[in-house]
Design a protein around this ligand. Sequence first.
Ligand SMILES: *Cc1c(COP(=O)(O)O)cnc(C)c1O
Length: 467
Amino acid sequence: MKYYDKLIFELSREGRCGYSLPADAYPAAPALPGGVQRKSALMLPQVSEPEVVRHYTMLSQMNFGVDTGFYPLGSCTMKYNPKINEEIAAMKGFQGLHPLMGDDLVPGVRKVYEAMNSFLAEITGLAEFTFQPCAGAHGELTGLMVMRSYHWSRGDYARTKVIVPDSAHGTNPASAAVCGLQVVEVKSLENGRIDVEALKGLLDETVAGIMMTNPNTLGLFETQIKEIASLVHGVGGLLYYDGANMNPLMGVVRPGDMGFDIMHLNLHKTFSTPHGGGGPGSGPVGVAEHLRPCLKALKVSGFNGNFGVILRACAYILMLGRENLRKVGEYSVLSANYIKECLKDVYKLPIQGVCKHEFVFDGLINDGARESVEGATTLDVAKRLLDFGFHAPTIYFPLLFHQALMIEPTETESKETIDAFVEVMRKIAAEAAEDPMLLHEAPHCAPISRPDETTAARNPVLKYQDA
Ligand SMILES: *Cc1c(COP(=O)(O)O)cnc(C)c1O
């Protein structure tokens, strides 16, 4: 441990101080009522200014972020977020807004919403968006409520089922269940696409709709989408599109044109807001013309969503413009295919062919399995990547493969960065064959090694504990 990795409480020395104020700068605070007064002084660390600065800088370096290095986390679109978005969101006029200010006081805000509505309508081919939902999953629930209220508005109460492919993002079946709908799974074929024959067997008048994404979660385009759309519409169901990852489609293909009736977008993924730490998100929901009244009637948020995120997305779209939004699609697909082709001789590629913005390996081809040593797993590869300064891909998802490694490079990485990643992935494959223990014990250079992630999330220890 380096000296400055010591926590600030351990560096504390009686009487040391990092600031000083003139004695008469502020009037004494009025005394608090007796019952709420502290009995003893607050135990704050007593440290100098450089120690405080080093402490917080050290903490900031204990985590990995998009601004630290390449972050190819599949189904998450960890692209670089241009800093100009932050500057715009931090402008005084925007920061001081209150949600109860009337339109007449903030015409500029109204304009941002109107502009975003027309941008997203053009990008997706749908008619109208609501910006109330504050996350992708919140958008899914909202979209399913639109679906349900459409059927109910026609007096059709028998539609209780939602069809979800087995490759779907976990939030899809969860949202359907939260909406009180019954989830029916449709299997994928060997080629990773929906089994259309199996789908036909599930379709009847009890189906409210299908939830899909295209390209699907394996990064594969559902080539039979037109047929799927007409089959589902044929029995009176609706098509819901999970548009969390719009990267590969922007400016190229539109869900509305594929036959989808309802969708959500994750502005905090595709449209560049920093995400992943549980901060504010935005999952606007768009609908086709005939569903407008159902959308208008819904209220799923106190106000109009997370304006800061919507504003960042607006700045991003305006900065790129039509032509460059299309390039986002093209480059994100090119990068994914490039990595796939560079690595498929050392990692198992279960589904061959061209992918879209992401793809899935099923572990190592030569996993180092020997008589006495267990082979290297996907978890080992993921942990070892950290030693080389790369974040891991998404692992063990989707559930279709036992050793899934799901790689999404996004459009914002240079060829040099991608080549460096490829080189490290090949090096790790070689290590797995020669010395699997090196991988089992990775990461060797991170502040912590292999936490129990479930316990860390459910029972976090967030305050200093004296050893
Ligand atoms: C991230 C993601 C979601 C969920 O979005 P949240 O904002 O985390 O709720 C849904 N579907 C897909 C495909 C995603 O990648």
